[in-house]
Design a protein around this ligand. Sequence first.
Ligand code: GLN
Length: 436
Amino acid sequence: MTIEQKAKQYLEKIKKENKKVNALLYLNPNLIEEAKALDKKQKKGRLYGKIIAVKANINIKDFPISCASKTLEDYNGTYDATVIEKIKVGDGLIIGICNMDEFAAGGSGENSAFGPTQNPSAPGKIPGGSSSGSAVAVAAGFCDMALGSDTGGSIRNPASFCGIVGVKPSYGLVSRYGLIDLSMSLDQIGPLAKSVEDASLLLDVIKGKDERDTKTFESSPIKLEKPKKIKIGILKIKGVDSRIQDLIDKKVHEIKKFYGWEVKEIEVKHIDLAVQTYYLLVYVEFFSATRRFDGRRYGKKIEDSCGQEVLRRILGGSEITKSEFKGRYYKKAIEIKEIIKEELENVLKKVDCLIIPTIPGMPWNINEGAKMKTEEIYAYDALTIPANLAEICSISLPAGKINNIPIGMQIMCGKGEESKMLSIAREVEKLSLINI
Ligand code: GLN
């Protein structure tokens, strides 16, 4: 099949099915032209012909980068984010822009100004978020792979609910240049795909040191190898639905039996503080990041045009900032972040990886989020946030199903240990395919 034919097939499918799932907000009008040009190309880049959907908070020149918000409804990207430059150089094609929770604030896909995204893998249920459209575009077969962003779980969460693979890279592995911030000390762009191998390929292309993001670091190419004997750390965390925990335990048991890897129960003392710590950091950093949306440059003032969750964070962040006396809140949150980081770093010196569920609960029915308490919603992030606070890498991959709803498991490794993490994940994925 030529790339042009593949692109046409995807567009056909999108035309038929996107109305139902609301995953894509915009399609690249030049896709077929670009595909034709690639078909003629002799020297091929590493992403040659891969068709990629991109979350609406990553800048692409001349594409509407709305962050699924009325605030940026009329904003078109004025430049390419570093990750987009790299995709283009690698001969990848961008098919369109994905729906998301407004400004990446949320974990359900319900908080978009352009309507919720539906879950094709569990009809009627939320697809997870905030990279809802990116996960659904992959799960629905609208593209080969997608880009999302993860501040406290936004790649892994929808990957888990949609039954696909999603990677949150170590902080600084991938440049944030061109990403519209939710919380700049935690945000990372990462891949969503159907397989560990595809996710690894996209990650390997987009990563790298970038002068325009001082937090980025040099890293060697990602290599998937057969891992030697692995020591897995498992963590029992309060508040996890017992059916989910049982499924993950069963999976870990299978891994142990099949590969002869070792399993060790470990403890991370302050992990229960992760959610409060995270939201404090996010409220303050998000409030500060949104001050430029004051109506002068981008059309609308954010407070006048955003949805409820974004407003909650702006008002909350403003309150915290105002009552900040000698940094008693933000500084405290940074201190706890450091403690959790150190605890996880120490644990990861004793084991090769940690395996825990991705989400502690089952996806709720679409639109039910509006009736839930904010704390209840935030509690869904309890297992994904720790990796962001600790700046380490984490992947969510399918672990099985409960009542026909996909359940994800997380594998976490130390900062910069993407090759090891992805190699372990590939073995776990293989095991699911063998289906013992
Ligand atoms: N659900 C989390 C939040 O609402 C995570 C968001 C994200 O990772 N972008 O902040």
